[in-house]
Write a protein that binds this ligand. Structure first.
Ligand code: BG6
Length: 527
């Protein structure tokens, strides 16, 4: 495969960036991993870019006993470890806006203390009365905290003016199945209005995921061919080379279907397959996504392995980068925190159909897994082959189809493969790959998804957050699968660490005469 490059012809055709404005952020679970690894570092980066403003404070709330001074020191260390290029002055100015308060989440007096402290900080930092409650706690605590925020009046559910300035951010997982998601939504709605709720799916904060909308709807040439008449099939892949790392305890209660498929995977599918929204407004986009998710045909579960296959990684000698590991890497069941007889899936492959005019009979093949051959997230759109080859006399009968790849990560870009004549007197064709790579065109690193999500939440833009009906419709699709697996005594298929795939997952697509894109080959495209 040969490659041709790409350059920008007009920079910044349209640019819009909203600053956060005055705000207070109350983070529950502030001493936890997520806050240290993602949230605070992202906030600092926004602050550095001048988008957070000076009228800002963060009040960390947690069970762990910590002084504000210790919280600041921990944060400073975590930010310094994340990047070498940091101005101490900026960092000190940022951490001077951080505070910490400890207490018991179920104790109402904790919320009184939070109210008093937030009021004091609001005055001190001139934050304008706006406050965002961020739930970075384990999901079993969501209801308790939401209920207490409601019963102590902190949610301002019934005060239209304050309601606009009080928001709730909820991390995933949002429920474990349809019923628990509906219950959680009901609980939240007793205390908060939907317009106050920001459900995070960090994939929606990735630039390459947002670019799906720009690519489809800011260009006129793709939409006419974006349908069953031109597209043969679509593959969506979220492959990880890492295992469950230190999250075995959580992961064993979740599995790939809950952890990735129900949220990140279906969100990407919705963006690539939905109808054009009327405008770039939050609810117009979310309406179309929900409509698309509702059109997905329910899985036929009476034909095992025909539409959905689950796998679990076993031990292996290679990691995703192909390097030989001695001793071998642990299989999933031997990971810390995982039940040694666990039936939890670390891989899911599925075939689904969307019952609408645009996509009737076009298969969508979806796969996600841990400890696979390469980390790679992409959406590959395979077009139909030419209807008739005029090159048969030259021995060029079966030509490969054009494939358009929206490469989400780790090498962000877009590739289009097509056939072209090689120079010379012979009739010789090559498959070329037209390649747009974000980093080489725009330079620098891609921003962390949380930066965008935090900024949007602080400026009151819900576009990139999942809405109640969107979450529920996704659970509606996957809950029957969860139930079927729970009632099934068989184990997931085992695949070795570092595998490309395994026979049952291959069969799901190969029985239709198609093939999974090879993970190791995909990476070569980016070089
Ligand atoms: C998280 C999942 O939502 O997404 C993890 O809980 C997974 O299991 C992660 O590893 C993948 O995110 P990213 O941004 O690295 O693709």
């Amino acid at each position: 495969m040969r490659e041709v490059g790409l350059s920008i012809t007009a920079k910044d055709i349209a640019c819009a960036e909203t600053a956060a404005g005055p705000n207070g952020l109350v983070v529950f679970g502030a001493s936890g991993d997520l806050v240290r690894r993602k949230l605070l570092i992202s906030l600092f980066r926004i602050y550095k870019r001048g988008l957070l403003g000076e009228q800002f404070y963060l009040l960390g709330a947690g069970r762990k006993k910590l002084l504000s001074r210790q919280f600041r020191q921990n944060t400073q260390r975590a930010i310094q470890e994340s990047s070498g290029d940091i101005s101490i002055k900026e960092l000190e100015s940022f951490v001077s806006r951080l505070y910490y308060i400890s207490g018991d989440y179920s104790d109402l007096s904790f919320y009184d203390s939070i109210r008093a402290k937030a009021a004091e900080l609001d005055k001190k930092h001139k934050a304008g009365g706006g406050v965002i409650f961020y739930l970075a706690v384990p999901p079993f605590l969501y209801s308790t905290i939401v209920e207490r925020l409601g019963s102590t009046g902190l949610s301002c559910r019934d005060e239209p003016d304050s309601r606009r300035r009080v928001r709730l951010v909820v991390e995933k997982p949002f429920g474990r199945d349809l019923q628990s998601a509906v219950e959680l939504n009901n609980k939240i709605h007793q205390c908060f209005d939907e317009s106050q709720v920001y459900r995070i799916d960090h994939y929606l904060g990735k630039d390459t995921v947002q670019n799906i909308l720009m690519f489809r709807f800011a260009n006129a040439i793709f939409e006419p061919i974006w349908n069953r008449n031109y597209i043969d099939h679509i593959q969506v892949t979220i492959a990880e080379s890492m295992g469950v790392e230190h999250r075995g305890g959580y992961y064993d209660t979740a599995g790939a279907l809950r952890d990735i498929f129900q949220n990140h995977m279906l969100q990407m599918l919705a963006l690539v397959a939905m109808e054009p929204p009327t405008s770039f407004e939050a609810d117009h986009i979310r309406d179309e996504k929900v409509k698309l998710l509702r059109s997905i045909r329910p899985f036929k579960l009476d034909e095992p392995d025909k539409f959905i296959v689950r796998g679990q990684y076993g031990p292996g000698l290679t990691n995703g980068a192909g390097a030989v590991r001695e001793p071998p890497l642990l299989g999933y069941r031997a990971e810390p925190g995982v039940n040694p007889q666990s039936k939890t899936e670390t891989f899911v492959a599925a075939k689904l159909f969307i019952d609408n005019w645009r996509w009737k009979d076009v298969p969508f093949y979806l796969r996600t897994g841990k400890r696979l051959a390469k980390k790679n997230t992409e959406i590959a759109i395979t077009f139909k082959k030419v209807p008739h080859s005029m090159f048969i006399p030259a021995g060029l009968g079966d030509m490969p189809p054009n494939i358009l790849v929206l490469q989400i990560q780790p090498e962000e870009g877009i590739f289009l493969s097509f056939q072209a004549k090689q120079p010379g007197s012979k009739i010789c064709m090559s498959t070329l790959n037209m390649n747009f790579n974000y980093r080489s065109v725009f330079g620098g690193d891609m921003p962390e998804a949380y930066q965008r999500l935090l900024l949007d939440c602080m400026s009151g833009d819900q576009t990139l957050f999942a809405r109640q009906d969107g979450v529920e419709v996704a659970w509606q699709l996957v809950t029957p699968i969860l139930r079927a697996w729970e009632g099934d005594d068989s184990n997931p298929y085992e695949y070795p660490t570092g595998a490309e795939s395994f026979p049952e997952a291959d069969c799901l697509i190969e029985s239709d005469g198609r093939k999974w894109r090879q993970l190791s080959k995909i990476a070569d495209l980016n070089k």
